[in-house]
Ligand binder design. Structure first.
Ligand SMILES: NC(=O)c1ccc[n+]([C@@H]2O[C@H](COP(=O)([O-])OP(=O)(O)OC[C@H]3O[C@@H](n4cnc5c(N)ncnc54)[C@H](OP(=O)(O)O)[C@@H]3O)[C@@H](O)[C@H]2O)c1
Length: 259
């Protein structure tokens, strides 16, 4: 019998890794993508007794990587029922002092590749009148974030793009959802250099585990929810932003982004 297939980008660690385990437990075959082949192979070995796992080591920030991935799944005759655009990273510091190449890579991965994959797989899903896409944004999407300006802006794009796309694709039989985690204990903070920020050190906004975010996210996604915000405090803050002056929201974000 044909099992549904979930393609997850950024499945080698963190939230994506946890989501891969949950989709497998729910009977989905998997296509997992990231740069670290060793972690993907481990995931493959761990989950293979349960479901079919195809792992594709790939640097998605490279030009044409999205098309390469799409062609690989086509060649392997894998029909993708669920696309999870989870791969992403952040950077922190004074924008003008950061390495421009890395900032552009961040936009490439968080924005361009996500958009390309939604186009490639979304078109196939629309043709079949069936499919689901989950894009991973962040609570960073709800306001500007000084000292992480590019990261916050990329996630604002993911949120707005996903909500727009959801309206376009719903009548064509395709669900689009967007997951907004708050601070979560993964490799993200280390990569972005924000382990010591007030946000990641906060007792009120206590970082969640990747497992909790993934369970909540996949559950709500499979129930058809469009905007998925993890955590009561995060929901309150995202909602509260609508009634907060922009200057206040961005000052608070800037405060939280620094040590
Ligand atoms: N952790 C948080 O506080 C938090 C909060 C809100 C939103 N998010 C979002 O959640 C998503 C997952 O992040 P995470 O927290 O789970 O962090 P993570 O542990 O650093 O995971 C990031 C994943 O993306 C992959 N990735 C990074 N660069 C890649 C590239 N060039 N090509 C292919 N794959 C790449 C990484 O694998 P390789 O290194 O093996 O390539 C890894 O699997 C991201 O979109 C992030 O922005 C995180």
């Amino acid at each position: 019998m044909h099992k549904p297939v979930a393609l997850i980008t950024g499945a080698s660690t963190g939230i994506g890794y946890e989501m891969a385990k949950i989709f497998a437990a729910r009977g989905y075959d998997l296509v997992v993508v990231a740069r670290t082949a060793k972690n993907l192979k481990e995931l493959h070995d761990h989950l293979s007794p349960l479901v079919k796992v195809t792992y594709i080591p790939l640097d998605l920030s490279q030009p044409k990587a999205a098309l390469t991935l799409f062609n690989k799944t086509k060649k392997a005759k894998l029909e993708i029922d669920v696309l999870v655009n989870n791969a992403g990273f952040g950077t922190s510091g004074d924008f003008v002092d950061l390495e421009l190449k890395r900032e552009l890579q961040e936009i490439d991965l968080n924005v361009r590749v996500l958009t390309e994959l939604c186009h490639l797989y979304g078109a196939e899903m629309a043709k079949r009148k069936k499919g689901k896409i989950l894009n991973v944004a962040s609570t960073a999407a709800f306001q500007p974030g000084p000292w992480m300006s590019v990261y916050y802006a990329t996630k604002a794009y993911v949120l707005h793009f996903s909500e727009g796309l959801a309206e376009e694709l719903r009548p064509r039989g395709v669900q689009v959802s967007v997951l907004c985690p708050g601070a979560t204990v993964t490799e993200f903070a280390g990569t972005a250099g924000v382990q010591k920020s007030k946000l990641f050190k906060s007792k009120i906004l206590k970082p969640a585990t990747a497992e909790a975010v993934a369970i909540y996210g996949v559950n709500k996604f499979l129930k058809g929810k469009l905007l998925i915000i993890h955590g009561a405090v995060n929901k309150f803050l995202a909602f509260g932003n609508r009634f907060t002056a922009r200057i206040v929201a961005r000052k608070i974000a800037g405060y939280l982004n620094r040590a």
